[in-house]
Design a protein around this ligand. Structure first.
Ligand code: MG
Length: 262
């Protein structure tokens, strides 16, 4: 059941309880005494989900209702810009940006979701600022949550790891050092547009980095270009895009990617 339908059901239950209460109050000289059970909701019953367990490395596996976008060997949920097989290199249960092969896109498109994704800056990385382990996670192919080495590596704050690129810096720097895995848990609600293309509601995003909240229901103000100001262009569901930034430095790796539609 969608969040909207769930909210409507809860609101209608509250209206029903209130109506009974006030109708009774109007007929009686004394307001009806509230009982504990009058504010209990018994349906709809939330669906059961079996949570994923952490493995020996602390990587939390997908819950039972998630779509696995990468487990440990299979990159078939991803494609390149032309719609052909993604050519990033899969090895040792992870995959690594293959510089020059371009961004990769999930084959499936999404609207509102919870995304779990793990990424690692290679040990011994070189380069500075934005040219040090730069990649990115584009939500609906439009809005970049920045991936870059922000462990003792200075850059503009709305371009460091976990920023909404060129918009909102992260609240904290929860970066692990090169060679250790970072985890992003991203909760995203898509923007909504009228039929004429005008914006009704902007996108919002919450990002938890290694257990630390770094974006708290942050309003996204438009797309995230390197040069220029953010703007909204109307769109429907879109894929997750991972960036091949083409830095001279060593490339970022990813593992254990799963998504839950909301
Ligand atoms: Mg980037």
């Amino acid at each position: 059941m969608s969040q909207l339908r769930l909210d409507l059901k809860i609101i209608s239950s509250i209206i029903l309880v209130s109506t009974i209460y006030f109708a009774h109050a109007q007929d009686s000289p004394q307001p009806m005494k509230m009982k504990s059970a009058m504010t209990e909701l018994w349906e709809p019953i939330p669906a059961v989900v079996t949570p994923g367990l952490p493995d020996v490395t602390g990587s939390t596996k997908a819950p039972s209702d998630a779509i696995v976008l990468f487990g440990d060997t299979d990159l078939s949920a991803w494609q390149n810009k032309e719609g052909h097989a993604a050519e990033w290199s899969v090895h040792d249960g992870v995959f690594t940006v293959n510089k020059g092969k371009g961004d990769i896109f999930s084959k499936q498109s999404f609207e509102d979701f919870q995304l779990h994704i793990e990424w690692m800056v290679p040990q011994g990385i070189t380069g500075e600022g934005q040219r040090r382990g730069n990649s990115g996670i584009f939500l609906q192919n439009m809005y970049e949550v920045q991936v870059v080495d922000s462990y003792e590596n200075l850059t503009y704050v709305n371009g460091q790891a976990g920023s909404i690129y060129k918009q909102t810096p992260p609240l904290k720097n929860a970066m692990r050092p090169p060679g250790d895995w970072n985890v992003f848990d991203i909760i995203y609600t898509a923007p909504r547009f009228k039929e004429n293309g005008s914006l009704i509601v902007p996108a919002y995003v919450t990002v938890i980095h290694n257990g630390v909240i770094i974006q708290n229901h942050t309003q996204i103000t438009g797309h995230t270009p390197n040069t220029g100001l953010p703007k909204y262009k109307p769109h429907g569901p879109g894929p997750i895009r991972l960036q091949d930034h083409g830095d001279p430095s060593e490339a970022i790796s990813f593992r254990n990617i799963w998504i839950r539609e909301m």
